[in-house]
Design a protein around this ligand. Structure first.
Ligand code: T4K
Length: 409
């Protein structure tokens, strides 16, 4: 327990945790089931290319999500690229800047211009009122991101897309097992893309999927993720290699069996954070709508420096020194990363909510790698640091210590 400012690790005190606590520590299910499946893969000598585990995973995911087609892929970035190409997007596509860089890169990679749109500061998702202002004759589509698993305004975006005859794709990387108006995310828009990366609540080591109710689109995507092969020696389409392998599918099937457990651990942890940080002025833990299904994977704080008197970045430094590797997803916003900041140096002028949020957001560890003692310890550090804000700022302005952020993680 820290009682004076010198106890903070940033000022030389012992860190609150002996081991680093990461935001993205992977969840995993039954080890024995996974081993059995690995043995099966070796026995069968079928390692990739639409193997039996991939097919089983696709079927189970499609059923779980209530969607006609699920095409498993090697990761969500390739899945996004393929979905974008299969939808025939070109010219300009409207996307949020407040997202992981892959959403923008999947367009730029194909020489499509990502047109960055501001978010609604309440939901952190695309603001449909701003989307319409950005549509030009070159616009071919909209990509909404269900950030933190909280659904976009699917209805408003769908209505805009229909009226302007634009494709509508959702980056659902965070939104596996979440609902919008009681319906599973996965069958909205023309297609949706999930990430099953190790850091995601449901993971396949690396992986992703495109889901859609559109038969033709699904057939095109299946071809594209397999070099365009329609059978041995028969290439009928341009394609790439987006295939998921059997090891990843085995992990996916095993993770799927523990899904309810992952959600209840995340939910319990999320509630503990909310309790631990309750009534702390200037610190808000973002809400999930309890009327919907959520995976509670992301514990997202918004830090209002005017109230805490401690900046988000100073709090980050303090936490890192204590071995809590909190993250600033998605600082500084795609528009401030290369190549976008060079290509569109003035983009920030239209992205006020994005720029403000990027200064406030801080994510804390969740998942089945951490539990109650760690969460109580993290909340104690946050409370203590904020209570000592004045003293911390004074010392830091004298520049007596290096920052944790300067040290490598
Ligand atoms: N769209 C959105 C909205 C996304 O958020 C993402 C990915 C994508 C698309 C693209 O999906 P993928 O192509 O990746 O399927 C991480 C993830 O790498 C990335 O998948 C994720 N979003 C993003 C939000 O977070 P980084 O670069 O911040 O962190 P990373 O991968 O180094 O992991 C974070 C921490 O987790 C590490 O410091 C340590 C811990 N960790 C990580 C791995 C991989 C572990 O403890 N064990 C592990 O195996 O991007």
């Amino acid at each position: 327990m820290k009682t004076e400012v010198n106890d903070l690790a940033i000022f030389g005190g012992p860190p609150a945790f002996a081991e680093k606590l990461h935001v993205g520590r992977p969840n995993f299910g039954e080890r024995e089931r996974l081993r059995e499946r690995f043995d099966q893969i070796i026995e069968r000598r079928w390692f990739t290319n639409a193997g039996p585990y991939v097919k089983e995973l696709e079927e189970k995911l499609a059923r779980f999500l209530g969607v006609k087609h699920c095409i498993a892929m090697c990761n969500a970035t390739i899945a996004l690229e393929i979905a974008i190409k299969a939808l025939g997007l070109k010219g300009e596509v409207i996307v949020p800047s407040f997202t992981f860089i892959a959403t923008a890169h999947a367009l730029q990679w194909q020489e499509i211009t990502p047109v960055f749109c501001d978010i609604d500061p309440q939901t952190h998702n695309l603001d449909p009122r701003r989307v319409e202002d950005l549509i030009t004759p070159r616009t071919t589509g909209i990509i909404g991101v269900h950030l933190w698993g909280r659904p976009c305004d699917v209805e408003a975006l769908g209505e805009i897309a229909r009226r302007h005859r634009l494709a509508l794709l959702f980056d659902a990387a965070h939104a596996f097992a979440c609902t919008y108006r009681d319906r599973m995310i996965g069958s909205f828009g023309d297609a949706e893309v999930f990430s099953f990366h190790a850091t995601k609540f449901f993971n396949t080591f690396e992986g992703g999927a495109v889901t859609t109710d559109d038969d033709e689109l699904a057939a095109r995507i299946r071809l594209m993720k397999n070099f365009g092969f329609a059978g041995y020696d028969n290439v009928i389409y341009v394609g790439t290699n987006g295939k998921m392998n059997e090891v990843c599918a085995a992990m996916g099937l095993t993770s799927l069996e523990s899904l309810d457990g992952f959600i209840s651990v995340n939910r319990r942890n999320y509630d503990l954070y909310r309790q631990g940080l309750r009534d702390l002025p200037g610190v808000e833990v973002i809400d999930y709508d309890d009327a919907e299904k959520n995976n509670y994977q992301y514990v997202v704080l918004e830090i209002d420096e005017a109230a805490t008197r401690l900046s988000r970045d100073e709090l980050l430094n303090i936490l890192w020194a204590e071995n809590v590797v909190a993250r600033r997803y998605f600082y500084p916003g795609c528009h401030r990363a290369e190549p976008y900041r060079t290509l569109y140096p003035d983009a920030g002028a239209n992205l006020r909510a994005t720029e403000e949020l990027a200064q406030r957001v801080l994510l804390l560890p969740n998942g089945n790698a951490i539990g109650e003692p760690e969460i109580r310890g993290i909340c104690d550090v946050v409370r203590f640091a904020i209570a000592q804000a004045e003293e911390v700022n004074l010392r830091r302005s004298k520049g007596s210590q290096t920052t944790a952020a300067e040290a490598s993680v």
